[in-house]
Design a protein around this ligand. Structure first.
Ligand code: BES
Ligand code: ZN
Ligand code: ZN
Length: 478
């Protein structure tokens, strides 16, 4: 990992990045740049990049357009990181002349740090060479920028914690090891972590979680997180995450091509974990609870079957028509748990729930399902702010009717092939009380990226941590 600091005086170094933005056209700085370009020989690498490179000195002029939003400034940081990767290891001075807003400067550092993460801990031979630079961002008021960055740093660390657990292979992260990791990481930060193990799940009657985990050698867990740092009279926000550490489909087994993707079927729970890390690190003055349903969905002689009927924790009976529609079955119990044991003011669940979501929205948007217009608007606002984009999808009584079972209260798939994401959302809705504010985020298409994005290399994105952190900041803390 590289290091990042803000300093007032440009460091003694032979490597420089100057971020040139359109705002400065007629300024004194523009004159200085012209002088610089005249004095040194610059070579155009692309439309946005001029580079002067001699054995003694490297100067990069990085055109960054007209940055306006915090995300634009994060993109600048990520671009600085990308464009300095081939340089020799050492100190790099980074200037963004005439930008003095501490949040904008902190966002540049956040972009650098977010981009500076990869999952290569399991490679022993062919690690992609990474240059660990010491980045010095030269600013007028380092103390102010450093203070602003503390909040971003918590978000960066939460996002990276999510990406780490989502990237780990299913033999290394399974319900028990995952539950222990969550407990060991979050307890020291002041989060109360309760592990509900298989024995306790049986006593409680969480038969949805138990049924899905039945075919696996690994024990299932429900992990409850409580972070209470807000006003005593503030009802908590609840976040519920799907944590299927591997989804083979079970007896309704998936085709073998791309089955390996299903290691990220625990991404919803990974986001809840990363979000709590962020909130605790930045000591957010809020009350939040989390419920993470951790199971492995395997086929075996003890696995649950299509046609089984399960009595869920809520008491409602579920007819299993497809063992691959397992996420909703475990979430049913987790959703009920938070309503029975706490008094949340709202519930947001996150799940890589349906392949149909990817068909509808690809990897650009996650789907949001909710009857609450205000909550949808607040979440979409937050999602646009951090560029983790949401698109509203329909709930409708026709989809609800489609999951009426002939033998039980509800069945775990729709009758036809259509609207798979909406019928899945309606299944969850059956386990949310009528007066409860609730939104379901289907992150199946966005949890893992195959191309790479502005701020991330390809792989786990941590989609949701930055958005929910912003949402909480906006609705509870301002
Ligand atoms: N984990 C999958 C959904 C998924 C697919 C997530 C692709 C990420 C990428 C989920 O458990 C599942 O298998 N859903 C089925 C439901 C169907 C059987 C009703 C699906 O989407 O095909
Ligand atoms: Zn499945
Ligand atoms: Zn699944």
């Amino acid at each position: 990992m590289s290091s990042y600091v803000f300093e007032k005086i440009a460091p003694q170094t032979d490597m420089h990045v100057i971020c040139v933005h359109a705002e400065e056209k007629n300024s004194a700085l523009s004159e200085m740049l012209h002088r610089l370009i005249k004095q040194h020989e610059f070579k155009a690498e692309s439309d946005d990049i001029l580079i002067h490179q001699t054995p003694d000195e490297t100067i990069l002029l990085l055109g960054v357009g007209t940055p306006k939003t915090i995300y634009d400034f994060e993109k600048i940081g990520a671009a600085v990181f990308k464009n300095t990767q081939k340089w020799k290891e050492g100190k790099i001075s980074v200037a963004i002349p005439e930008v003095n807003n501490p949040d904008q400067l902190a966002a540049v550092m956040s972009g650098l740090a977010l981009r500076d993460w990869r999952f290569d801990s399991l490679k022993t031979k062919t690690k992609k060479p990474v240059k660990n630079h010491d980045y010095v961002i030269v600013v007028k008021d380092p103390a102010e920028a450093t203070k602003a960055y503390a909040v971003f740093d918590a978000m960066v660390q939460g996002n990276q914690a999510t990406r780490e657990v989502v990237s780990l292979p299913p033999n290394m992260i399974y319900p028990e090891s995952y539950a222990h990791r969550i407990r060991d990481e979050l307890t020291p930060l002041g989060v109360k972590v309760t592990l509900i193990d298989q024995k306790k799940l049986k006593e409680l009657g969480c038969n949805g979680i138990l049924a899905v985990g039945e075919g696996s050698e690994k024990d299932s867990y429900l992990v409850i997180l409580e972070y209470s740092n807000g006003p005593a009279n503030q009802d908590p926000l609840a976040f519920v995450g799907k944590g299927v550490t591997f989804d083979t489909g079970g007896i309704s087994i998936k085709p073998s091509a791309h089955m390996d993707d299903m290691k990220y079927d625990m991404a919803g729970s990974g986001v809840v974990y990363g979000l709590f890390k962020t909130l605790a690190l930045r000591k957010a003055k809020v009350n939040v609870i989390g419920a993470l349903a951790l199971v492995e969905n395997m086929p075996s002689g003890s696995a649950y079957r299509p046609a089984d009927v399960i009595t869920s924790y809520s008491g409602q009976t579920i007819e299993v028509l497809n063992t691959d529609a397992e996420g909703r079955v475990v979430l049913a119990d987790a959703l009920w748990y938070v309503q029975k044991h706490f008094k949340p003011q709202l519930i947001i669940d996150l799940a890589t729930l349906t392949g149909a979501m990817t068909v509808a929205l690809g990897s650009e948007f996650a789907g949001i399902f909710s009857d609450d217009d205000e909550l949808v608007a607040q979440l979409i606002e937050a999602s646009n702010f951090v560029e983790e984009k949401l698109w509203r999808m329909p709930l409708h009584k026709a989809f609800d009717k489609d999951i009426d079972s002939t033998v039980a209260d509800v069945q775990n798939t729709g009758t036809g092939r259509g609207a798979g994401s909406s019928t899945a959302a309606h299944f969850l809705k059956r386990f949310v009380k009528d007066d409860m504010k609730w939104a379901h985020l289907d992150i199946a298409g966005v949890a893992w990226d195959t191309k790479g994005r502005d701020l991330f290399e390809k792989g786990a994105t941590g989609f949701g941590v930055r958005m929910l952190n912003r949402f909480i900041e906006k609705i509870l803390e301002k």
